[in-house]
Design a protein around this ligand. Structure first.
Ligand code: AMP
Ligand code: MG
Length: 393
C-alpha cells in the first residue's frame, strides 16, 4: 500500500492544468490567475491630496502667516492651477496638487477670512500629499500565475482600468454515487436503506475547490448499470465515484472501470479513514473512486481529489495544500494503528479538539469539525501538545 504522499504525487503527475478563460472581474473572485500581470499605471496615478484643506508652499505656511486663496481644486478634472509663495488653493481629498504647491495644510489648522487663510499650524514639505507611484510603480508585478483571486486583488486590477482577467477554467466534474442501499431524498426508506449523503457532499466539495459539477447520478450495485454510467461520466474532465471500491463481493467499481477501458493507476492508500481509495485514468478523464463511508469519502477527497481539482483550475503549487495552523491539543489522542490517522476536530482560538466518534461512518462529528490532525502510526499525543492541523473551512 502506498502512502498518501506518494498517492498525491502520482495523481498530480497525471493532472494537467485546464483551459483558460477571460472573465469579468466581478465574476473572478476565487478563480486562479492564468498568467502573471504587471501594473500598467502607477498608483497613485498623479500627486494628490490626502486631506481636505489648502495646497500651499510649505516654506510660506508657518503659524501666523496669511495666504491668499486663489482658487479651488476638487477631486475630478485637473484645473491645472499654479500657485506661488504666499498663495493657497482650496483642495479636497483625492484632488490633483496644483503646480508650485508642495504640501497641503489641513482645513482644521487654518482660519478662513474671506479670500485669505490664517495659518494656525505649519506644514512640512510633502505633508498630506500622496505622491504618484508611491504605492505601486508602473511595470511592477501585481499578480502571479496560479494565485487565487480575492476581492483585494480584484480592486487592484480595477484600479488599473481592467474590466476582465484571464483565469483557469474549472474542470467539468461528474459524480456517481453507488450502492443498492442508497436512496435519494424524498424516497420512503425501505428496511435496510439509507439516504445518500455522499452525492451532495462531494458536489459541494468539488464546487468549493475549483470544479464545475456537470452531472450527479446514482447507480445500483449492478455491473451493466455501472458501465453505462461510467461511460457517460468519463466524458468529463473528472469522474468521482462514491462506494463500491472496496473488497466486498458487490464492490464492482474497479473491475467495471477496467472493462470500460480505464487504467487503474493506484488502489488502496495507507490512510485512516479512506484505505480503499482508487485513482484511474480513462482517456483524458481522471477517475477517483472514493470509499462509500462518508467520512472516508470526505477525508480522501480533501487529501487526494481537492489538489487535483485545484491544479486543473489553474491553482499554483502554493495553493494546493490545505492551510496549516499550529494548535494546542485539548485531549490525549493516540494512533496505535499502522496507517496515519486523520482525526477530525475543531480548531478554535488556537486549540484543536477532536470531535465525535473517530469512525469512518460517523457523520455527526465530521459536521462539527473544521480541520484534520494527522497522527502518524504508533504515536501517542498528550493534551497540551503543540500540533499542526490542516483546515478546510
Ligand atoms: P462501500 O464503500 O460501497 O462498501 O460503502 C461503505 C459504507 O458506506 C456502507 O456502510 C454504505 O452504506 C455507506 N455508503 C455508501 N454510499 C453512501 C452514500 N452515498 N451516502 C451515505 N453512505 C454511503
Ligand atoms: Mg457499496
Amino acid at each position: 500500500m502506498i502512502s498518501e504522499k506518494e498517492a498525491l504525487a502520482a495523481i498530480l503527475g497525471s493532472t494537467r492544468t485546464g483551459a483558460r478563460e477571460c472573465l469579468p472581474l466581478s465574476q473572478s473572485d476565487g478563480r486562479f490567475a492564468a498568467g502573471d500581470l504587471c501594473a500598467r499605471l502607477p498608483l497613485p496615478r498623479f500627486d494628490n491630496s490626502s486631506m481636505d484643506g489648502y495646497a500651499v508652499v510649505a516654506s510660506a505656511c508657518r503659524a501666523g502667516e496669511r495666504l491668499h486663496v486663489i482658487g479651488q481644486q476638487a477631486a475630478g478634472i485637473d484645473h491645472e492651477l499654479t500657485l506661488r509663495h504666499g498663495e493657497a488653493v482650496r483642495i479636497f481629498t483625492g484632488a490633483p496638487i496644483p503646480a508650485g504647491a508642495d504640501a497641503v495644510v489641513m482645513q482644521e489648522d487654518v482660519t478662513l477670512e474671506r479670500d485669505h487663510i490664517v495659518v494656525n499650524a505649519g506644514v512640512a514639505p510633502g505633508e498630506n500629499i500622496r505622491r504618484s507611484g508611491c504605492d505601486l510603480a508602473a511595470g511592477q508585478k501585481i499578480l502571479n500565475r496560479g494565485e487565487r483571486l480575492a476581492p483585494q486583488h480584484l480592486s487592484l486590477l480595477a484600479a488599473q482600468g481592467l474590466s476582465d482577467v484571464e483565469v483557469g477554467a474549472p474542470a467539468r466534474v461528474a459524480i456517481i454515487s453507488t450502492g443498492d442501499e442508497v436512496a435519494q431524498a424524498g424516497a420512503e426508506l425501505q428496511p435496510g436503506q439509507i439516504y445518500d449523503s455522499n452525492a451532495v457532499m462531494l458536489q459541494a466539495l468539488a464546487r468549493r475547490f475549483g470544479g464545475n459539477v456537470a452531472d450527479v447520478v446514482h447507480c445500483g450495485d449492478d455491473v451493466e448499470q455501472l458501465k453505462t454510467k461510467i461511460a457517460r461520466g468519463v466524458q468529463n474532465d473528472v469522474l468521482i465515484i462514491s462506494g463500491g471500491v472496496s473488497v466486498g463481493d458487490r464492490d464492482f467499481v474497479k473491475a467495471t472501470l477496467r472493462e470500460c477501458g480505464a487504467e487503474i493507476e493506484l488502489w488502496r492508500v495507507a490512510v485512516k479513514p479512506g484505505k480503499p481509495f482508487l485513482f484511474a485514468r480513462a482517456g483524458e478523464c481522471l477517475v477517483f473512486g472514493l470509499p462509500g463511508n462518508p467520512v472516508s469519502a470526505f477525508v480522501t477527497f480533501l487529501l487526494l481529489v481537492r489538489p487535483a481539482l485545484l491544479k486543473m483550475a489553474g491553482a499554483g503549487d502554493d495553493e494546493l495544500p490545505l492551510p496549516e495552523y499550529s494548535a494546542r491539543l485539548t485531549s490525549d489522542a493516540e494512533n496505535d494503528g499502522t496507517r496515519p490517522h486523520y482525526v477530525r476536530g475543531e480548531l478554535k482560538h488556537g486549540q484543536f479538539s477532536p470531535v465525535g466518534r473517530q469512525e469512518s461512518h460517523a457523520l455527526y462529528g465530521l459536521s462539527r469539525s473544521n480541520s484534520l490532525l494527522r497522527i502518524p502510526p504508533e504515536t501517542a499525543l498528550k493534551a497540551g501538545d503543540l500540533v499542526t492541523v490542516q483546515v478546510w473551512c
